[in-house]
Unconditional design. Structure first.
Length: 276
């Protein structure tokens, strides 16, 4: 128990620093993630040695396997950055288990991360949508029609007095949010930088050409170190990159919730189902 709390404290401090960096620069330093991975593996080896049990090592391997199965496909599909991937692996290494859940802790953490990360993203997009509403309507008249549809269908469960009709506004709302996210990403989550400011994992929006020669083709996983060296050598113009939403705060909120409450999703669903 004391060992778990100590490891949780180390993880929490690391995530706080990662969140601060992500909010300031949209980057999670590799040093933080590598520290967690090395520290976590070392800690589990020490625990296995002192307890004369392979259980910490087995839990570590399972935790890293689960984290890899979740994080790496998301990274390869371009759904989140390399910094998020490495940080998740770091958390998996330091905290294979924790007393607030009977599941591998990384599963509980990931469930909460997707839940609160989704809510966090919706809040940010809602704020930006309200702030730039007139511009959004000009760019996408469909957004206005979808929002009206969502508002109208939200009354169906009350009019028809059947909770299952809540699925209709949920689906309509999901389509609306997806449409807004695509418009926001295309027009508001873009910035221009000098090639010297490129860092590994940055998502360049277009292929880069010098004359008739293409020196960089867009990758889902973002720009690599070898690409950066080539771009900085030959390309002298500003480059458009995607910025997106800093996901660090979602990691911070999710580690706090997971450490105190455990798996929120599995606690909420049975209560909702019992009332239907």
């Amino acid at each position: 128990m004391q060992e778990q709390l100590f490891l949780f404290g180390i993880t929490l401090i690391a995530i706080i620093f990662a969140t601060i960096s992500d909010l300031k620069t949209f980057e999670i330093p590799d040093a933080i993630s590598y520290f967690l991975i090395i520290f976590g593996i070392s800690a589990q080896i020490i625990l296995a040695t002192t307890s004369q049990s392979l259980q910490p090592i087995n839990a570590l391997l399972i935790s890293l396997a689960i984290a890899s199965a979740i994080a790496i496909p998301l990274f390869l599909l371009g759904q989140w950055g390399g910094g998020d991937t490495k940080l998740l692996l770091g958390i998996a290494a330091v905290l294979p288990t924790f007393h607030t859940t009977s599941l591998p802790f990384i599963l509980t953490f990931t469930f909460n991360l997707f839940l609160f990360g989704g809510l966090y993203s919706i809040l940010i997009m809602s704020y930006l949508s309200i702030k730039h509403w007139k511009k959004l309507i000009e760019l996408s008249p469909l957004s206005k029609r979808l929002l009206i549809l969502t508002a109208l269908t939200s009354f169906l469960p009350f009019i028809l007095q059947n909770i299952f009709f809540i699925l209709i506004p949920i689906i309509a709302g999901g389509i609306t949010i997806t449409n807004l996210a695509l418009v926001l990403q295309k027009h508001f989550f873009i910035k221009k930088i000098h090639p010297s400011k490129l860092t590994e994992g940055d998502w360049i929006t277009n292929d880069l050409k010098v004359g008739n020669k293409t020196i960089y083709k867009v990758r889902k996983i973002g720009v690599l170190d070898k690409d950066i060296q080539k771009i900085q050598k030959y390309y002298k113009k500003s480059i458009e990159i995607k910025t997106g939403i800093a996901f660090g705060p979602s990691f911070l909120f999710s580690i706090l919730i997971s450490g105190y409450f455990g798996d929120i999703l599995f606690q909420i669903i049975p209560q909702v189902l019992s009332k239907i």
